[in-house]
Design a protein around this ligand. Sequence first.
Ligand SMILES: Cc1ncc(C[n+]2csc(CCOP(=O)(O)OP(=O)(O)O)c2C)c(N)n1
Ligand SMILES: [Mg+2]
Length: 330
Amino acid sequence: MSTQLSSLPASEASPREPREPALLAAMLRGRAMEDALGRVSGHYHPARGEEGVIVGSFAALRDTDYGLPHYRGAIVASLTRGADMRRLLAGVLGKTTGYTRGRQRGDFLGRFEARFFGLFSGTLGPSIGYATGAALSCKLDGGGSAAMVTFGDGTANSGLLYESMNMASMLRLPVVFVCQNNQYAVSMPAARSIGGSALADRARAFGIDAFDVDGNDVLAVHDAVGRALERARTRGTPSFVHALTYRVSGHWASDPAGYRPAEEREAWIARDPVARLARQLVDAGALTQAGYEHLSAEAEAEAAQALTQAQADPLPDAGVIADADAYVQE
Ligand SMILES: Cc1ncc(C[n+]2csc(CCOP(=O)(O)OP(=O)(O)O)c2C)c(N)n1
Ligand SMILES: [Mg+2]
């Protein structure tokens, strides 16, 4: 499956390649890649169930925009932006063939040359500041491009979000803040950690346009983020998109997540974003059930092959890790 979304126009279907099949393929490939990884890494933080937010938002970027993903789903976001699946998997396994050549966790960083930045440490929050800085550079470069950052509900309590929203409002920066609210921060429910008004209201308090969107509806996310990015590119204004979704897996692949009710998880699995778009396409006659199963099987075969290759790739020599940076190829 070779559908690339990096050139997909924001919030509109290309006449030759309608966005729905491309978004479905991107979600299926991302899920298959993460499932393959989950079989060999219990420490990996899966984004299962959150693909609607991740794919919907990152597919709305243009090549000239900056994208800074939340750590959960960062490799799905990178895949959506055209990265190579084998290299993404190799990065998580610490191999030299990963985009960071084994110097930094591949699920924390990404494909730098695609204007795709990740976390530079395990600390959550700074990427919101980096995105705001990237938006300032877009503005200083004369406009026409934008920056987008996704972050979790737990990270939404970081002070840097509020400093960044204030700066974005006052300087009119072309930045889109997207909250990937999966309703948990490790074992802490968002309902017990986010005080006061709704997250979108917090953004409005800074004079920023803010929208709530169903995060399990990839088309709604793609529309909302696409419109916000277009406003940022053409008018230079910031936006905030609050996308409600659910963390179907544990905090990491081997977390049994016994701290939350099984019925809650089951109710959200019934709203799965991948199955939902597939059903919409089948109901509309744009895809057959057999066609859907073929696409799924194709994504799984691609992921299995990419994982086998990544596992066979070499680890870096211990000596080079400390004396070369993660990105620069000497
Ligand atoms: C500043 C900071 N505080 C705490 C942590 C530890 N930590 C790692 S993941 C995580 C949960 C973050 O929740 P959220 O932002 O909702 O992301 P999710 O894991 O749900 O995708 C926490 C608290 C951290 N990495 N950085
Ligand atoms: Mg969360």
